[in-house]
Design a protein around this ligand. Structure first.
Ligand SMILES: *Cc1c(COP(=O)(O)O)cnc(C)c1O
Length: 369
């Protein structure tokens, strides 16, 4: 059997003919930037997440950056302010902080959840600390209750990077990832749980002032054509991508439930003592990735490859060890480094068949170190 890490062709095919119809609708209309599709998607996505506002933007990196830029314009942040961020996140979050002229402070995650460790935040605080960027890594919600309390106590902005956690929630269906903080950034990169057919992103927030500023910022600082009120960017969501996203949003919950059912099977049936499986969870994890830890990762990945199973590493190099980030080279982050040394992701998406899931389980259980 051959199981690629991610079968985007099969996933995209499963939304036909609705995607074709959406494309046709936009083509016939002949209006491609900031129109009805974006407006409707924004309303539908805000309602889904449980915020009053959603603003479509070009991608996930820009979504995060525009949140920081927006709060600078509102006087809540200033150049040089520090932002707490998990050290093991995807590099976009760290870049977004830097692009806005702010200073990322890399914090260790919990080894068990891979999310930022609320108990370690106090010691990272300085008088310049003004915000926390929590990342719901691999699809699992960070401890939003603890983090929110911490932010309240220290008067910090609580920002979520929800690029891997579309639809995750705890208990209350009407409040999902993207509605826990002051604002959140989403990516709709094709491989995400909610993915466009190209680049796309969004900001969600219930802060109307922030939403108003970001709506201007994404479009050259103007609300009215050619009237520039603030110094803005070009970071817009295309009509055609919004139309595709509207199709896929309708099935997001069903897709996530399918991912959860497969993750449950993995957790119940993979029983190899050489493999450290992710923590069990409920609706608070939408399983963007199923990440295992293993000591001799190369050996394990090669074994799976020989057996036809694709894997990927999320992520092979820690941000503070990237060549592009020499300013963090001195950081001492043993948990982060261990995670980057040991993690490997196995295939998990909503269209894996029962046979494929069984084959993955059986192959993993046969692995010998
Ligand atoms: C994908 C991702 C991003 C960036 O999204 P782009 O749309 O590729 O810019 C940011 N943060 C996390 C955690 C991501 O997984």
């Amino acid at each position: 059997m051959k199981i690629p890490f991610l079968d985007l062709q099969r996933i995209t095919e499963s939304y036909q003919p609705e995607l074709q119809e959406a494309a046709q609708r936009v083509i016939e209309k002949g209006w491609f930037i900031l129109g009805e599709e974006v407006e409707r998607f924004e309303a539908e996505f805000a309602q889904y997440c449980g915020t009053t506002e959603a603003i479509g933007v070009a991608n996930g990196l820009e979504a995060l950056r525009l949140i920081f830029e927006g709060y600078k314009l509102l006087g809540r942040l200033a150049v040089g302010d520090e932002v707490l961020v998990p050290a093991n996140t995807y590099i976009a979050g760290i870049l977004a902080i830097q692009h806005a002229g702010l200073v990322p402070v890399l914090c260790e995650p919990e080894l068990e959840t891979y999310n930022i460790d609320a108990r370690r935040l106090e010691s990272e605080m300085t008088p310049r600390t003004k915000a926390l960027l929590a990342v719901h890594l691999y699809g699992r919600l960070a401890d939003t209750q603890k983090l929110e309390a911490f932010c309240q106590q220290h008067d910090l902005l609580f920002i979520e990077d929800a690029a891997q956690a579309h639809g995750a929630f705890v208990n209350d269906l009407s409040k999902r990832a993207g509605s826990y903080g002051h604002a959140a950034g989403f990516s709709f990169y094709p491989g995400k749980n909610l993915g466009a057919l190209g680049d796309a992103g969004a900001v969600t927030t219930s802060d109307l002032e922030l939403a108003t500023v970001i709506r201007k910022l994404r479009n050259y600082g103007s609300e009215q054509k050619y009237s520039c009120e603030i110094n803005g960017f070009n970071s817009r969501l295309d009509e055609i991508q919004a139309a595709f996203l509207r199709v896929k949003l309708r099935r997001l919950d069903a897709d996530n439930q399918q991912r959860q059912a497969i993750a449950d099977r993995f957790l119940n049936e993979i029983s190899n003592p050489n493999l450290i499986l992710p923590l069990r969870s409920s609706t608070n994890n939408v399983w963007h990735l199923f990440v295992i830890r293993v000591e001799n990762r190369e050996h394990f990945m090669n074994y799976l490859k020989v057996n036809g199973i694709g894997t990927l590493i999320h992520y092979p190099i820690a941000p503070h060890q990237q060549k592009a980030m020499p300013e963090f080279a001195h950081c001492n982050l043993p948990i982060t480094e261990r995670i980057h040394r040991e993690v490997v992701s196995i295939p998990l998406h909503q269209l894996l068949s029962d046979e494929e899931v069984a084959y993955i389980i059986e192959t993993l259980n046969r692995y010998e170190q």
